[in-house]
Design a binder for this molecule. Structure first.
Ligand SMILES: [Zn+2]
Ligand SMILES: [Zn+2]
Length: 345
């Protein structure tokens, strides 16, 4: 039996739970292809997966959900993909037949239980079994390691800002956790959509990188976290939109950065803590809040096209071999990463 190397999680826990293992190379079945992984992004969600924050997660499992590569084998009933195609994946294949899918909202698909790295094996591996319904072709001119994470960074930001926040040109968007993988791409997506961007970071060392990637203003969060005062002083009564990439630690300062009628979209939840919200503040200022989980194949295809034409620059923080998966996740815990780390099997 052919074997391949992969990072397997057998039990929830610390970095030592990322075990480099030899596992059987999967064989694609109906609707599936085998992808030779060229790169897999290291996402903050990977840390939550490893720690067991998703009760429905299957174990043992090959972790990782941000992969791209070349198709090395094709199963039955797969239309539109052949061996050698360069592809990147979304978080999960949509069923294509439920009401959400019929309405073009495949991130809300109720018919597919497949989620890479949670219910089926993911991309911290030399090869990954992928459902063709999750794949998008990577245009020439976009490197596969850079394509690997564009779904979960730029794609997620595009979905949150355009579909959910309904950003319009000239509006101000405040982005928390701005120097992370999602943040560094969200700044660029907001600029492409015509917004003015106020980036929030807790690290003075990251201010220049945020400016270089396009932030119009960079706000350094004070130790008490009350960055909204500075946002208010740099905007006309507050931002129209807050893109919340952190979660509980910054949630209320994001709300207080909004102008009357503003919209908060939450994408990140790094501490998984609960948030206390004052309902009166929402009522009096007529604020809206919503969550945004993922991106569709159309969103991914669009950001890949932006990367191909140079409008969007994938920000790679570093490339590490698969065997250094734990070291890569340790760097995320240290908050020392600007952009996305990529594992190269
Ligand atoms: Zn991710
Ligand atoms: Zn569906």
């Amino acid at each position: 039996m052919l074997a391949m190397r992969a990072i397997v999680i057998r039990e929830a826990g610390g970095l030592e739970r990322l075990e480099l293992s030899d596992v059987p190379t999967p064989v694609p079945g109906a609707g599936q292809v085998l992808v030779r992984v060229a790169g897999c992004g290291v996402c903050y969600r990977d840390l939550l997966d490893r720690e067991g924050k998703y009760p429905f997660m299957r174990r043992p499992i090959v972790t990782g959900h941000e992969f791209a590569g070349e198709i090395s084998a094709v199963g039955g009933g797969v239309d539109g993909f052949v061996v050698g195609d360069r592809v990147a994946s979304t978080h999960r294949p949509a069923c294509g037949t439920c009401a959400a899918c019929a309405a073009g909202q495949e991130t809300r698909c109720a018919g597919s239980p497949v989620m890479y790295g949670l219910t089926v094996d993911g991309g911290y591996a030399e090869q990954v079994l992928a459902w063709s319904a999750s794949l998008v072709r990577v245009p020439a001119g976009v490197a596969l390691d850079e394509a690997s994470f564009l779904h979960c960074t730029a794609g997620v930001a595009l979905r949150a800002l355009r579909t959910h926040a309904k950003v319009t040109a000239g509006e101000t968007v405040v982005i928390t956790g701005a120097s992370g993988g999602v943040g560094m791409h969200a700044i660029q997506v907001a600029k492409i959509l015509g917004a003015r961007v106020v980036a929030v970071t807790g690290s003075p060392a990251k201010v220049d990188a945020l400016r270089r990637v396009g932030a119009d203003e960079v706000v350094l969060a004070p130790p008490d976290g009350a960055f909204h005062k500075e946002v208010m002083s740099r905007t006309d009564g507050g931002a129209a939109i807050a893109l919340e990439l952190v979660g509980a630690p910054t949630f209320n300062a994001s709300l207080r950065s909004l102008k009357i009628g503003g919209r908060l979209v939450i994408v990140g939840n790094v501490t998984t803590e609960r948030v206390e919200v004052n309902p009166g503040y929402l009522i009096l200022r007529e604020l809206s809040m919503c969550g945004s989980s993922s991106a569709t194949r159309a969103d991914l295809a669009e950001v890949l096209e932006w990367a191909a034409t140079g409008r969007l620059k994938p920000i790679v923080a570093g490339r590490l071999p698969l065997a250094q998966a734990a070291a890569a996740q340790a760097r995320l815990l240290e908050k020392s990463v600007t952009g996305r780390l990529v594992l190269m099997p």
